[in-house]
Design a protein around this ligand. Structure first.
Ligand SMILES: [Mg+2]
Length: 298
């Protein structure tokens, strides 16, 4: 940082290539204010933006925040959002170098991140038939938490916490990029099947998911039984979905252990004409009605 917050613009010295992404959380669209604390909101604003940097195998370095709020918003709430954002960013080695505050009808937190990929960046287009398909963490718990929050004000528990406090996969992602031999990668923000569809389209391949291998949290199993709809179609997991050459399995297991984050082989990449399919017990194809979150669906 040549010049940080306080001048008209920040002045940064960057070594190319630079990863750039932007994301926004909007009240009434992504959250309701009584669902969680301002701190959780600030934290989530960083993590959801950083998830796209992670999906490129990079690390975030600089952040800009665009905070808009109704005039009635308490200063202590705005402080909480900033603090949650800044603390999480700082822990991830990311410096807040600028921002903007503005009055608006609804509360929103826009985040722009600049990052770098010292181990090389990983695109969506690197999947090849024969690759293993992996996902980090577990699937569907955040979607379950959102469902619980919508159903009952003041809902609590592991699923709600997972929705309000998504994990950051930045460190894991850099470990993955360091391995080499990775295929394509995307973060699961709009639902596993939908994002897998994006990954396969970019790579011009198909994929087969083994339903029996999907990583589900204990709370998910308890409340959803063997209903996989949320795990495969609900958004906001912010896990990493990637393909890897089969020779990488051992090193992936070691990385998962070192980073204390499960990496589960949920299927494989196949040729494009086979499409994207989910197979249940006995190889029976399972179909899911709403394949993921559509931002413009009413
Ligand atoms: Mg993404």
């Amino acid at each position: 940082v040549v010049r940080g917050i306080g001048d008209d613009a920040a002045v940064l010295r960057l070594a190319a290539p630079v990863l750039v992404t932007t994301d926004v959380l909007v009240e009434g669209v992504h959250f309701k204010r009584d669902w969680g604390t301002p701190r959780q909101l600030g934290r989530k604003a960083f993590v959801t933006a950083a998830s796209d940097i992670a999906a490129m195998g990079g690390r975030s370095v600089f952040a800009l925040i665009d905070l808009r709020a109704p005039a009635s918003t308490a200063v202590v709430d705005l402080d909480g959002i900033y603090r949650g954002f800044r603390d999480t960013a700082t822990r991830a080695g990311t410096r807040l170098v600028g921002g903007n505050t503005c009055r608006a009808a609804a509360l929103s937190i826009g985040v722009t991140l600049l990052g770098e990929a010292p181990n090389g960046w990983v695109g969506r287009d690197g999947c090849r038939p024969g690759d293993d398909l992996f996902v980090s963490g577990t699937l569907g718990l955040a979607g379950l938490g959102l469902r619980l929050l919508r159903r009952r004000r003041g809902a609590r528990g592991p699923a709600v916490r997972r929705f309000l406090e998504p994990p950051s996969r930045l460190v894991l992602a850099q470990g993955l990029a360091r391995l080499g031999g990775l295929g394509g990668m995307i973060d699961v923000s709009d639902g596993c099947l939908r994002d897998l569809g994006h990954l396969c389209a970019a790579s011009r391949v198909g994929a087969v998911v083994d339903a029996g291998r999907l990583p589900l949290a204990a709370t998910y199993r308890r409340l959803c039984g063997d209903d996989l709809a949320l795990a495969l179609t609900a958004g906001e997991d912010y896990e990493l979905l990637f393909s890897a050459r089969p020779g990488l399995r051992r090193r992936l297991i070691a990385l998962a252990r070192a980073r204390r984050c499960p990496l589960t082989r949920i299927g494989r990449i196949v040729a494009r004409p086979e499409g994207v399919r989910v197979l249940g017990a006995g190889g029976r194809e399972l179909r899911f009605a709403a394949a993921g979150h559509d931002h413009f669906r009413r």
